[in-house]
Write a protein that binds this ligand. Structure first.
Ligand code: HEM
Length: 413
C-alpha cells in the first residue's frame, strides 16, 4: 500500500532500512527496560498532557475532537519512545494557552507535513487513470508538487534528529533509552543516515495514526455499550484496590504500572474486539517478489499487487461465527474460566498483520491503549452524541472524516 510513500516504502521499507528496523526491534522490544521506558513515557504524557486537557474540557464544557487529540498524543509519544524527541503537539499542563495546537514551530510544520505527505501519497491510488500521478510528478504539478515539498520538510526534520543523536553520541557516549539511540549505541555495524532516517519515518507513521485510530473507534463503540464500560470500570477499580504501596515501574500514585496493566484482561479483550471490527490498517497490500502458492492454493506471480482486507476479514461469519458483526469482548475470554484473555492466531485476527512482517510495535500499542482506557474511564465520562454516525475516510488508516466530537464529564461515583 505504501510502496511509493516518501519516495520509498514505509512499512514496506526494503533493504538496509528494513534490516535496521528489524534489528532494532528484535534488540529492543524484547528487553524489559524498553517496556518500562515505554510505560513511563506513556504515563508521563498521559498525566501531564492528555488528562489535564480532558479535565480542562470538563471545566469549559466545550466539545473536543477526540480523534485529533489522540493523534497529537500518539505523535508526541512515539517521538519520545523512538528517539527521545518532544514535538509538543499537546500542551503541558499549566502551559496551555490554547488546546487546539501547542506549538507554532518547526515541530508543528513537521507534523502537518507528515500528515499531508501521508494523505497525498494515498491519493495516488485514487486516480481513474493508474499511474497518472507519475506524469504530474515529472511535471512537478499540483498534489505532486505539494507532496515533494512535504517530503523535503519531513526528511529535513528527521535528518536533524539523526544528526543530533550522532553528535551527542560522539561527544558524551550514550545513556539514552530511546529505541533509536540505544540501538545505535549497541551496534558495531554502521548504517547510512538515509537508512536511519527511513527507520525514524516508518516508526512515526506506524505509531501516530494507528493507536489513535484504534482508540477513537473504541471510545465511539463504548459510547453505546454501557454494559462493557461498566465491566471495564469494575476491573480497573479492582486492580486499583489491589495496589500495594512502593510497588511498580511507574513512579506515581496515579496511572498503572506494567504488572497492573497485565492484570486487565477484560480491558485487553475489549480493545482487541474493537480492533477486530475497526482495524486501523483496514487494507494491506504487498508486491509479490517471487512466484509462490498461498495456503489456500492460489498461485501468485512476481510483480502482482496483492491485497487483503482486514476490515472485511474481521466481519466474516466463516471466521468469527454468526455474531461476527457484534461487539462482544467476551469472545476473547477463556471459555472455561471466563476472565482470562485468550489470544487467537494472528492469521485469523489480522489487525497487526501476521508472519515475518507482523507489527513490531504491538506490545507498545497495547501498553499505550490500555493505559489511556484505564486512566480515562477511571475518572471521566466521554459522551458522544447518540445520533453521531462517523463517516470513514479513505486514508492509510481508518479515520473518521469529521473526527469524533465528545463532551467530557467528571465521573460522579
Ligand atoms: C493499534 C495499533 C497498531 C496496529 C493495528 C498496527 C498494525 C500494523 C500492521 C497491519 C503492520 C503491517 C503493515 C504492512 O505490512 O505494510 C504493522 C507494521 C509495523 N508496525 Fe504496527 N500497528 C500498530 C501500532 C504500532 C506502534 C505503536 C508502532 C511503533 C512502535 C508500530 C510499528 C510498526 C512497524 C515499525 C511496522 C513495520 C514492520 C515491518 O515491516 O517489518 N506499530 N503494524
Amino acid at each position: 500500500m505504501l510502496h511509493d510513500f516518501l519516495g520509498r516504502g514505509i512499512f514496506n521499507v526494503d533493504g538496509e532500512a528494513w534490516r535496521v528496523q528489524r534489528k532494532a526491534a528484535s534488540y529492543e522490544f524484547t528487553t524489559r527496560s524498553l517496556r518500562v521506558f515505554v510505560a513511563q513515557s506513556v504515563h508521563l504524557e498521559l498525566h501531564s498532557r492528555l488528562l489535564p486537557l480532558l479535565r480542562r474540557a470538563v471545566r469549559s464544557g466545550h466539545l473536543i475532537d477526540l480523534q485529533d487529540t489522540l493523534e497529537r498524543y500518539a505523535f508526541d509519544n512515539i517521538c519520545r519512545v523512538a528517539f527521545d524527541h518532544d514535538p509538543r503537539q499537546l500542551p503541558d499542563d499549566g502551559d496551555a494557552k490554547s488546546d487546539s495546537r501547542s506549538t507554532g514551530t518547526a515541530s508543528r510544520r513537521f507534523a502537518d507535513s507528515f500528515h499531508d505527505a501521508a494523505n497525498l501519497s494515498v491519493g495516488r491510488f485514487r486516480y481513474a487513470l493508474p499511474g497518472f500521478w507519475k506524469i504530474k510528478k515529472a511535471l512537478n504539478l499540483g498534489s505532486e508538487r505539494r507532496l515533494s515539498e512535504s517530503i523535503a520538510m519531513v526528511h529535513g526534520y528527521a535528518d536533524r534528529i539523526i544528526r543530533s543523536r550522532l553528535e551527542e553520541m560522539s561527544k558524551q557516549g550514550w545513556e539514552k533509552h530511546d529505541l533509536l539511540s540505544s540501538f545505535m549505541a549497541s551496534q558495531s555495524d554502521s548504517y547510512s543516515e538515509t537508512a536511519l532516517r527511513d527507520v525514524v519515518i516508518s516508526f512515526l507513521l506506524a505509531g501516530r495514526e494507528t493507536t489513535s485510530s484504534a482508540l477513537t473507534w473504541f471510545f465511539w463503540l463504548l459510547s453505546s455499550r454501557p454494559d462493557v464500560e461498566s465491566r471495564i470500570r469494575d476491573e480497573v477499580a479492582a486492580v486499583r484496590a489491589r495496589r500495594t504501596h512502593g510497588h511498580g515501574d511507574v513512579d506515581s500514585k496515579v496511572g498503572f504500572d506494567l504488572d497492573e496493566l497485565r492484570e486487565m484482561h477484560y480491558v485487553h479483550a475489549a480493545i482487541t474486539e474493537s480492533l477486530r471490527l475497526y482495524p486501523p490498517v483496514p487494507v494491506n497490500s504487498l508486491n509479490v517478489q517471487a512466484a509462490d502458492v498461498l495456503l489456500d492454493g492460489t498461485a501468485v506471480r512476481p510483480g502482482w499487487f496483492m491485497s487483503y482486507n482486514s476490515y472485511a476479514m474481521g466481519r466474516m461469519e466463516s471466521i468469527w461465527g454468526e455474531d461476527a458483526k457484534e461487539f462482544r469482548p467476551e469472545r476473547w475470554l477463556d471459555k472455561a474460566e471466563g476472565t482470562l484473555f485468550r489470544p487467537q492466531s494472528p492469521f485469523r485476527y489480522v489487525a497487526f498483520h501476521a508472519g515475518p512482517r507482523i507489527c513490531i510495535g504491538k506490545e507498545m500499542a497495547y501498553i499505550q491503549m490500555k493505559s489511556i482506557v484505564a486512566s480515562v474511564l477511571e475518572e471521566l465520562e466521554l459522551e458522544v452524541d447518540g445520533g453521531y454516525s462517523p463517516r470513514q475516510v479513505p486514508s492509510l488508516t481508518l479515520r473518521m472524516a469529521e473526527g469524533l466530537p465528545v463532551r467530557v464529564k467528571a465521573r460522579v461515583n
